[in-house]
Every structure is written in C-alpha cells, then in structure tokens.
Design a protein around this ligand. Structure first.
Ligand code: SF4
Length: 401
C-alpha cells in the first residue's frame, strides 16, 4: 500500500473524500442538464461503471431547473459545475446539489465568491476549487507564467483566502493542466501547501488512447506517491469510458477492490413504492456470495426505474405491491413484492447460464403491458411531479432573475 498523504475530509453527499476515505472516481455528463431523462440515463450508466460522484454543468437557468429534478433521482451525489455566473451557483444549491465546482478564473469578483461560499457554508455543501491552466487570472499568469505549477497553486490559494475570509474551508482542490509534467508538479506543490483533499486530473487529455495514457501517467504517478483523494479522467469519449478507466487504474494500484457484483440502487424519492434501502441490502446479501459479474439495479419505482437503470444487466423496480424484473431495461416478469429478491436471484443465475439476450427472449409476454399500466396508474395517483420539483424551480427563478 502507498502511504497516503494526510488530508482533512469533506463530505460530498453520501461520499466522503479525503482523510481515510477510499479514493473516489468522478466523471461528468455530456448531456444538456436541462435534458433530465438523458442526463439521468448517463448518470446511471456512470454509476454502473463504478463512478462515485458525477458532475453536471450548470451553465444556464434551465440547467439549474434540470438539477432540481435530477438530484432527487440520482444514485450518486451530483456536483454542479459553475461557469461565470455566481447566481447559478446559488441556484444549483437551491436545486439540492451535493457539491459545487468553481473555477477561480471564471468568477473573479471577491464579493460574488464570498456570497457563494457563505451559502455553501450555511447549507454544509463542499466546494471544489477547480483551477485550470487555461483560465488563470491575468495578474497570476503574468507573475508566474501561464502554465506553470506555481501559477496554478497561487490561483487555488487566492480562492482559498476568499473562502477563509467568510470562515469557509469545506474545500477540495484541483490544479489541472493538459501538460502532464506541469500537472504532476502542480499537485506535488499543492500537497506541500495545503491539507485539503485533492481531486486529480489531466485536463483535456484527448481521445483514447492518448487521453488514457496521459491521464494514467499523471494520476497514476501522484497516486503512487500517496497524493490524491478523488480522480477524474478527462477523455474525449463517452464518459462511461472515464469511469471505467478510473476503476481500472485504482484496481491496478490496489486502491480499489475488484468486484464481481456491481449493485446500484436509486436513492429513493417521492415516487418510491418500496423501502429501497432494505431491498438493496437484502439483494446485496443474497447476490454477493454468488460472485457473479453482473450489474444489478434496485429501483424504487416502476415509473422511472427500468428506464433510468437500462444499462444494468438486471434490475428490479417496485410498483403497486409488485416487483417488476427487468433485463437491460426490458421488463421480463412481474412478481409479488415479497418475492422480489428471490426473483432477482433466480434471474441473475439464469442470465449467467443463458445470457442476456435469451432472458429477454424468454420474457413473459404481458410483462411490459403490466408495467406500462402500473406506470400510468402511479402517474395518475402521484402526478407528474412527485418530487415537488416545480416549487424548487420557482425558487430558482427568484434567485436567478
Ligand atoms: S423512486 Fe423511482 S424516480 Fe425516485 S429515484 Fe427511485 S427509480 Fe428514480
């Protein structure tokens, strides 16, 4: 094991970062955040690939509104990426995100930075100071050079000072460059300067394979030195490739356990028809011992569950006292709720023996129709807006307008 640098710990929703917490994997969605269903589908695919935390852009009011609907249904904590408008940081927090990423080069007015930090402090939301070599304050670039480790660290420290002025230090930091050597030296310098958890990445690393090689060279070198608490590969590729790369790197370095079963579960929300935590726990206990290389999803409702977790090999979603078993998003069987976990185990074994396609072909012929009818029934009962996102969106309008 590498001796890990000692850092303080911050809490990104359910995921601890820094201290003795496992090194987490992050990625970023490529959809428009206002496209709620498309973004959630990508988030679920990322979670299934091993991603612990997902970042979504919050670049316009519609994106903040999207976040209000995405956050309650996301299986992993969501970080809002803020660009130039500090009000969108406030709106993203109102939408319920578990963390923010601010680029010091983009929001420069100290009063705006402090307004965001004060709000984050009140809401106990951590902020990542995400310095990027491409967008440094001009005076810092002039003093230290545009793409130097010293410039990147000076930018992070200046932002940290603004935060400290309002007594906010729930912070993790990144100092990314597309130049691997600069990136490595910047993080080494930063690790000697602060005790905040560090988010590692080589920015704009490019397509596969060069992006993978650059990311691995930068992130892997630092991890082997004990530096780094959370990582992101920045690839010009499907973000799922970023999550997979992160997982493989951590596994290769012995920093993450290799898993047979990948169990993902929705967080449960206003639509949940079952105690998701209990069902997920029972499913994990039952499936873990089988050592099967499947992605299995436990979803609280049939309205969104099979669609949100359509990348999973197998899943179960609850609805009106029934369990809806789905394979790659296709509902294949409907069973009494009490038999949900048993049905899940039987189906997992059948998939291992027969394969996914054969199990989809063997679906009960009326399972999809029952699921569709239950979905409609639930929408009638709960309404379209079961999470009361409209109220949150109204508050977002008041913040941004
Ligand atoms: S209960 Fe349904 S809508 Fe809510 S998070 Fe779970 S699957 Fe998504």
């Amino acid at each position: 094991m590498y001796e890990r640098r000692k850092t303080r710990q911050v809490q990104v929703g359910s995921v601890a970062v820094g201290g003795d917490a496992p090194i987490s994997i992050q990625s970023m969605t490529t959809t428009k955040t206002a496209d709620v269903d498309g973004t959630l589908a990508q988030i679920y695919a990322l979670a299934a690939a091993g991603c612990d935390i997902v970042r979504c852009t919050c670049n316009e009011e519609e994106a903040a509104e999207g976040l209000a609907q995405i956050v309650p249904r996301s299986p992993v904590p969501i970080v809002a990426d803020i660009h130039f408008q500090y009000r969108l940081a406030l709106a993203a927090m109102e939408a319920g995100v578990q963390a923010l990423r601010l680029n010091p080069g983009n929001i420069r007015k100290p009063e705006h930075i402090k307004a965001v930090a004060r709000e984050a402090k009140d809401r106990r939301i951590p902020i990542r100071i995400g310095v990027n070599a491409g967008s440094l304050d001009p005076d810092i670039a002039e003093q230290y050079g545009v793409n130097t480790p010293e410039a990147l660290v000076a930018s992070a420290v200046r932002e940290l000072d603004h935060f400290r002025d309002v007594d906010f230090d729930d912070v993790k930091i990144s100092v990314k460059s597309s130049n691997v050597r600069v990136m490595i030296d910047a993080y080494r310098l930063l690790a000697d300067t602060v005790d905040h958890p560090l988010h590692l990445g080589v920015t704009e690393a490019g397509p596969i394979p060069q992006g993978l090689v650059k990311g691995t060279a930068g992130i892997g070198t630092l991890l082997a030195e004990g530096i780094g608490d959370t990582i992101r590969f920045s690839l010009t590729a499907d973000p799922v490739e970023e999550a997979k790369a992160g997982r493989v790197l951590l596994e290769s370095l012995g920093l993450r356990e290799r898993k047979g079963l990948d169990l993902i579960a929705c967080p449960s929300c206003g639509r949940a028809e079952v105690d998701v935590i209990r069902v997920a726990r029972d499913a994990q206990a039952a499936l873990e011992g089988l050592n099967i290389p499947l992605q299995v999803a436990v979803m609280g409702c049939v309205v969104n569950g099979p669609g949100e977790a359509r990348e999973a090999d197998l899943g179960i979603a609850a609805g009106r006292g029934k369990g809806h078993l789905f394979v790659k998003g296709h509902v294949v069987r409907v069973v009494p709720e009490a038999e949900m976990v048993d049905a899940l185990i039987a189906e997992a074994k059948a998939i291992i023996e027969e394969g996914v396609e054969a199990r989809i072909a063997a679906a009960d012929e009326n399972a999809e129709a029952i699921a569709a009818a239950t979905r409609d029934e639930l929408i009638q009962i709960q309404g379209i807006d079961a999470n009361h996102s409209a109220d949150t969106i109204e508050r977002i309008h008041q913040i941004v307008d």
